[in-house]
Design a protein around this ligand. Structure first.
Ligand SMILES: NC(=O)c1ccc[n+]([C@@H]2O[C@H](COP(=O)([O-])OP(=O)(O)OC[C@H]3O[C@@H](n4cnc5c(N)ncnc54)[C@H](OP(=O)(O)O)[C@@H]3O)[C@@H](O)[C@H]2O)c1
Length: 404
């Protein structure tokens, strides 16, 4: 028998409103008792009696047994989630940044108070990847997980590649359509994809990794020369997070633009769509595709979590609890395409092997193998020099290798 959920909803923006639209079409024994928002003066699509700006009205209400947290303030979201879990309420959240930054503490709170925190909507919107990693692949050895985890940057890349639209106009469109995070650097800088990758890796590999330990390079420095290079070679550029098991003891994580060949699943993932590729030992390669952002797609993932709570569903974090020493590492080498201006950058990156080097006027690029740690050391320099770097494993036929 499913239990009745009495809900306190935090946030009535893109996702909160999207969730509400879906819930009202269903008969799921769910009641939204109160909605907390920030700005009391904003016009709403529901009567004013639904809303409050006082979080305690929801968190201290003993009738509310479930909190849905859909706000755009990371630290306030953590306070809401941790207070709710500590008082025995179940929580559903879509705040990937909050979850990735506080995963360790959130795991402890769930254990300590035997409460449930679900967050399918936080990773790739409508694609049900967390529950699949948690349940379906719980006994599978996963060689890698990668994909397109950020709809907004993918939208900008598609607009550039397919329609020749400039970066600023495409970003504005993504924001107007509700795909983009409030702070666009989260999307285009690869931070949002990194937070999602970290959450996915906890379920896929049983590792909890601090976001600041993982390299993220974004698409901010993408230039017309890079697009032209990719086009001439029949490639596309996508922003791709990667989690890869190197051996029994090490898993590497990073987020970078990637030169994608037409035979890769990600080649045809366009606009706000996301794709997740799971490379498993026995199931082999599998591909999940769907809308990664927007009110209704994300709302549908949130609703799926809410519906699961009616049956007391909890993540078991099976791989985390049975982890026999698999650790995160940045000790890998990888092949990259680097467009640069200053030769000093190439020297600082200490390429281990150079496959191709090209100069024509102001356009200079190099393709070669280097240590991920060198990219981490020089992240600021890459950004300052407006250099563009893309992971190019398929292109060079050199697969990702452990540095040891
Ligand atoms: N948009 C997407 O496609 C998408 C997809 C996946 C996950 N997410 C995540 O979902 C969450 C919500 O995103 P969104 O796009 O719906 O954001 P949004 O449209 O900016 O809406 C944010 C909502 O949070 C409310 N709020 C902010 N601070 C609050 C506080 N301290 N207490 C109570 N309410 C507060 C705002 O109130 P006011 O209405 O009064 O301003 C607003 O209703 C974020 O964590 C985001 O990363 C979004």
């Amino acid at each position: 028998m499913s239990k009745k959920l009495t809900i306190g909803l935090f946030g009535f923006g893109v996702v909160g409103q999207g969730l509400y639209d879906i819930i009202k079409t269903k008969n799921l024994n769910i009641e939204i008792k109160k909605i907390a928002i920030k700005d009391a003066g904003k016009e709403r699509s529901l009567p004013a009696s639904y809303f409050t700006t006082d979080k305690d009205e929801l968190l201290n209400d003993p009738e509310i047994n479930t909190i849905i947290e859909l706000i755009n303030d990371t630290e306030a979201a953590f306070e809401i989630a941790s207070r709710a879990l500590s008082s025995g309420k179940s929580v559903v959240s879509a705040s990937k940044k909050m979850i990735a930054l506080h995963l360790e503490e959130l795991l402890k709170l769930q254990d300590q108070y035997d409460t449930s925190l679900l967050y399918e909507g936080a990773v790739c919107g409508s694609i049900p990847i967390i529950r699949n990693l948690e349940e379906y692949y719980d006994n599978e050895l996963l060689h890698s997980i990668c994909g397109i985890f950020n709809g907004s940057s993918n939208y900008i890349l598609s607009k550039g590649f397919l329609e020749g639209m400039d970066y600023a106009t495409a970003l504005k469109q993504a924001q107007d359509l509700g795909f983009a995070e409030t702070d666009p650097t989260m999307d285009v800088g690869g931070y949002d994809a990194k937070f999602k990758l970290i959450i996915a890796a906890a379920h896929a590999y049983g590792v909890v990794v601090e976001p600041e330990a993982v390299l993220n390079l974004g698409i901010e420095n993408l230039a017309a020369d890079d697009i032209q290079y990719a086009r001439e070679k029949g490639l596309k550029i996508k922003l791709v997070p990667v989690a890869k098991e190197l051996d029994d003891e090490h898993v590497a994580l990073f987020v970078m633009p990637k030169l994608v060949t037409p035979d890769e699943f990600l080649y045809n993932v366009e606009y706000e769509y996301n794709g997740v590729i799971v490379q498993a030992a026995f199931a082999d390669q599998q591909f999940f595709f769907g809308k990664g952002a927007g009110g209704h797609p994300t709302g549908s993932a949130v609703l799926s979590d809410v519906a699961a709570l009616r049956y007391d569903y909890q993540y078991e974090y099976k791989k985390l609890r049975t982890n026999k020493g698999l650790k995160f590492t940045n000790d890998i080498e990888l092949c990259v395409y680097l467009r640069y201006e200053d030769d000093e950058l190439v020297e600082a990156l200490e390429f281990v092997e150079i496959k191709e080097r090209y100069y024509s006027g102001s356009y200079k690029y190099i393709i070669g193998k280097l240590k991920l740690s060198k990219l981490i050391d020089n992240k600021q320099r890459i950004s300052d020099q407006k250099a563009f770097l893309a992971f190019a494993d398929q292109l060079t036929g050199v697969s990702l290798v452990s540095a040891k």
